[in-house]
Write a protein that binds this ligand. Structure first.
Ligand code: HEM
Length: 169
């Protein structure tokens, strides 16, 4: 029903499917790069060691809080050629195929990795492609003048808001 209503407003369209992701490596790379630069949870979620733990020559006594600084990994110049720039090629090989990067830890890693990663990735892909297939995005000021520095930075990086027009294609 909602699709019929959308058709009436903006004409028939093809709704993207999750399976399109593998066929759209550039889009996938753009989403990864947005998440990398956004660095949503820079300090990760704190954990504590449940027993005395030796790590790289240090002793972490039982009960020590550990903050996995995901932000430092997402901006690691060993893994990302231009750590502070928006550069989707960080996730593409020479043939334009999607290239995994082990330093992409927006969802953390290991046993306590985000349980909702697959759902979140599917939602991000479907949301972005649906918007872009149906609308042209027009900023109200030149894109270079938009400052994307987080409005708040602490446990989370909160991006600033700005206005833009969505013009039906
Ligand atoms: C872009 C969206 C999301 C991001 C960036 C994100 C990121 C994270 C991060 C960094 C952690 C901490 C992992 C750790 O303890 O090291 C986490 C944990 C978790 N996330 Fe997400 N998350 C997202 C969406 C979701 C969604 C949609 C769900 C559920 C539907 C979800 C469910 C969880 C759960 C249950 C945990 C705790 C896992 C555990 O402690 O074993 N997340 N997430």
């Amino acid at each position: 029903k909602i699709h019929e209503e959308i058709d009436q407003v903006i004409g028939p369209q093809r709704i993207p499917s999750v399976n399109d992701r593998v066929k759209m490596p550039y889009t996938d790379a753009v989403i990864h790069e947005i998440q990398r630069l956004l660095d949503f949870v820079p300090m990760g979620v704190p954990h504590s060691v449940i027993r005395d733990t030796h790590f790289r020559g240090y002793l972490l006594p039982k009960g020590t809080d550990v903050f996995p600084l995901l932000g430092s990994v997402l901006k690691d110049p060993k893994y990302f050629r231009y750590p502070d720039a928006f550069y989707p090629q960080h996730f593409l090989d020479e043939q334009g195929c999607f290239k995994k990067n082990e330093a992409f830890v927006a969802f953390s890693s290991g046993k306590r990795v985000c349980l909702g990663e697959a759902l979140a990735r599917m939602e991000l892909f479907l949301y972005l492609t649906s918007v872009l297939q149906n609308f042209s995005l027009r900023p109200l000021v030149p894109p270079a003048d938009i400052d994307v520095t987080p409005k708040l930075s602490g446990f989370g990086n909160i991006p600033p808001t700005y206005e833009l027009c969505l013009v039906a294609r």
